[in-house]
Design a protein around this ligand. Sequence first.
Ligand code: 13P
Ligand code: SF4
Length: 305
Amino acid sequence: MVDHTEQIERIRRLAQEKDVLILAHNYLSDEIQALADITGDSLALSIAAAETAKSVILFCGVHFMAESAAILAPDKTVLLPNQEAGCPMADMVTPEGVAQMRKLHPGAPVVAYVNTTAATKAASDICCTSANAVKVVNSLPDAEVILIPDRNLGSYIASKVDKVCHLWEGCCPVHDALSADAVRTCREQHPEAICLAHPECTPEVLELVDHVLSTGGMLEYVRNSAQPTFIIATERGIACQLRKESPEKTFIFPDYEFICEDMKRVSIDDVERCLNTFEHRITVPEEIRLKAHRALERMLAIPRD
Ligand code: 13P
Ligand code: SF4
């Protein structure tokens, strides 16, 4: 394994000199999680971006995450170290798709998962993340809601709320491809383990697990649990924080290549280059930003637990 200690020190010094806050999603590589100021799930990182006093935010994650930071912190410079890091699910719905759903279900508010583009958020009423989705939907007075773009998260929310939920047919290709058989076999092999899954997994998988949680929710659950062994049904990058926070516990992943290639596109060399060149800057046209900001702010205004 390559020793990144010197490069991490160099990056930390540069970030300090240039007043840069480095955020990293829980799925990033170990070395990037090691150099970040803050690691977390989509909700925690959006809050950190909205609240920072630093003048620059360097986002180690995928495009929609950096875009959310640019929407919430318009006076900051927001940088994404690798422009190719996208999220296929975020591209599965467009503002035209939102308009189509509104036509089919007049009056129903549109709840957009944060894994959407700024333009789609701007066409929506309120955002949610995997950490607060049920709470966001329950905060709405309406009896019917439109949930975009993830049909798996949507059907999970539908199972938890007393509302008619109209779902868009999108999904995360990485979570959607985990089979129920792989989870069943893993549970049979480790009957003592508590099984945690991300709500982007299919309903057939979610039926087999003990708890459905965001990546931040999984970390919190494991931290507070007395159990020693866990089966984790989400991207393997989360193992970095799980092991760091709970080194005495055992984490098992189902037999599946649980890797999001987009999350892994940001390399430590990209981060160093980005700190030196300030490329690539993520901006959102002001007209779209204002509307998308309203949808994100409505979500952030909901009291947290
Ligand atoms: P979290 O908000 O749970 O970290 O999930 C983000 C994501 O992209 C999951 O695939
Ligand atoms: Fe998008 Fe799925 Fe990757 Fe998350 S894991 S960034 S939803 S493709």
